[in-house]
Every structure is written in structure tokens, then in C-alpha cells.
Design a protein around this ligand. Structure first.
Ligand SMILES: [Zn+2]
Length: 240
């Protein structure tokens, strides 16, 4: 089978040696149009991490394309989502469609205001998924597993995104990775510490820098990318 190269390896997500059962697409194939699914990054995953991640993806796939800017997402909505919505188990999508009547104004990175139809999604599930993606990318690019490190995933305000990039430009000795998948639908940049320290920071944007807001009734600024910080627990400080 094609996945043999991913069997009995270290799981990229939980880091258990020899535990992998399958290859997992760091970004699930279903996020992208069929014709843009070639060469997606894949990592070894154990059965339990693989199924936890795919549960999160099943949920996010029902909602995320609706909030997107990228043409890929528009086509996904038109071609793939009706099939998903038709599935009787797909109550989440029905709720989204039935409850998306109001509009809100969001301030995008350029300072312009845009009227949008808000799509509500479970922030914890999005954060958990982004954290797994960060771990998967660290493994894919650098073969790094950090099961005992903490992973924090947060939407990056434009200022913070800018500061991280400025820091990265000054930063010497570490490693840098970037990628764009699904015809540019998702893109990421990652920075890893120098000197064998596996801590890393990832900036991930989805569906053409899909705007991510807090409570749209209060939030005036929205984020366009997610930051994933994989750092040691406790007092061990990392020098970036
Ligand atoms: Zn695992």
C-alpha cells in the first residue's frame, strides 16, 4: 500500500516512536478542490491522532469555506459543499446556513471596512486543529517532534503578525520554512530556533487570509492568520 512508508514511524503529532499507522495530510485533502490535491504535505500519524485530527477537520470543513476570500473556497462552496450539506449527518452545516442571515462590518488589515456574513465556529476546535497543523509542519520540514512542548494557537492581530515577521528578518541561525498548498488556498511560514532547540513559530492562513474575528458585535479588528507557538513548558526560556 502507498502508506507503507508512513507505518511504524514516530507519530508527528504525539511523538510516540513506532506508533504511526498511516500517512496523514497535514492539511486534509478535502479542504481543496480535487484538481489541486497533489503534493500536499504528509506525515506519519498514529491511529488515535489521525482520528482526532480528522474529527476536527470534518467539523471545520463544513464551515470554513463559507468565511473565505479565496476563489478556491468559492468553488468549494459551489461544488463540494452541497454534497456535504446533503448528507443527513451534516447538522452543523444546516445550522450555519439557517442562521447566517445578519451581516457585520469587519475591519480588514488594510483598514477598510467590509460587510460580511458572519460564520460562527468553535474557536477551541479551530485552535486545536491549528496546533496539530503546526506540529505536523514541524515534522514535515525538520523531522522535529516535541510531545512535551506546549502548543498555543491564537489568531494574530495584524500588528503581531508584522512584529513576528520583523523579528524573523533580524533572526540569525534558525531555520525558515514556507509553503503554499491547494493552489494557494492555504499558506504558511515557520521559524525554528537555532542550536538544536526544536521550538518553532508558525503563521498559517487559510482560504486567502480568511478574516477571523472575535465576537463580531464587538470586534473591530480581525486577524487574517493563525499563529502557532510550539515552546518548552516551564521556565526554560527560548532565545529567539
Ligand atoms: Zn499520535
Amino acid at each position: 500500500m502507498a502508506s507503507k512508508k508512513f507505518r511504524n514511524k514516530t507519530c508527528a503529532y504525539c511523538g510516540v516512536p513506532g506508533a504511526s499507522a498511516t500517512g496523514d495530510h497535514v492539511f486534509a485533502r478535502e479542504f481543496f478542490l480535487v484538481r489541486h490535491r497533489a503534493n500536499l504535505p504528509q506525515v506519519p500519524a498514529c491511529a488515535s491522532c489521525n482520528s482526532e485530527k480528522s474529527r476536527l477537520e470534518t467539523y471545520l470543513l463544513q464551515i470554513m469555506p463559507l468565511g473565505a476570500n479565496h476563489p478556491e473556497a468559492q468553488e468549494t462552496i459551489q461544488t463540494l459543499m452541497p454534497k456535504r450539506a446533503a448528507h443527513r449527518a451534516n447538522k452543523v452545516l444546516h445550522d450555519v446556513i439557517d442562521n447566517s442571515r445578519e451581516t457585520v462590518w469587519l475591519t480588514v488589515q488594510t483598514g477598510q471596512q467590509h460587510e460580511r456574513i458572519p460564520v460562527y465556529l468553535d474557536a477551541d476546535r479551530l485552535r486545536s486543529w491549528c496546533g496539530l497543523v503546526g506540529r505536523g509542519l514541524a515534522f514535515f520540514h525538520w523531522g522535529v517532534v516535541t510531545p512535551d512542548y506546549k502548543v498555543e494557537a491564537i489568531p494574530l492581530a495584524p500588528k503581531v503578525e508584522h512584529d513576528i515577521l520583523a523579528m524573523a528578518r533580524r533572526y540569525k541561525g534558525g531555520e525558515y520554512a514556507e509553503g503554499s498548498v491547494g493552489n494557494g488556498a492555504f499558506a504558511y511560514r515557520g521559524f525554528k530556533c537555532a542550536d538544536g532547540e526544536p521550538a518553532s513559530i508558525w503563521m498559517i492562513n487559510m482560504y486567502g487570509r480568511m478574516p477571523i474575528g472575535g465576537d463580531p458585535a464587538v470586534s473591530r479588528v480581525c486577524a487574517n492568520s493563525f499563529g502557532v507557538f510550539i515552546t518548552p513548558r516551564g521556565h526554560h526560556e527560548v532565545a529567539w
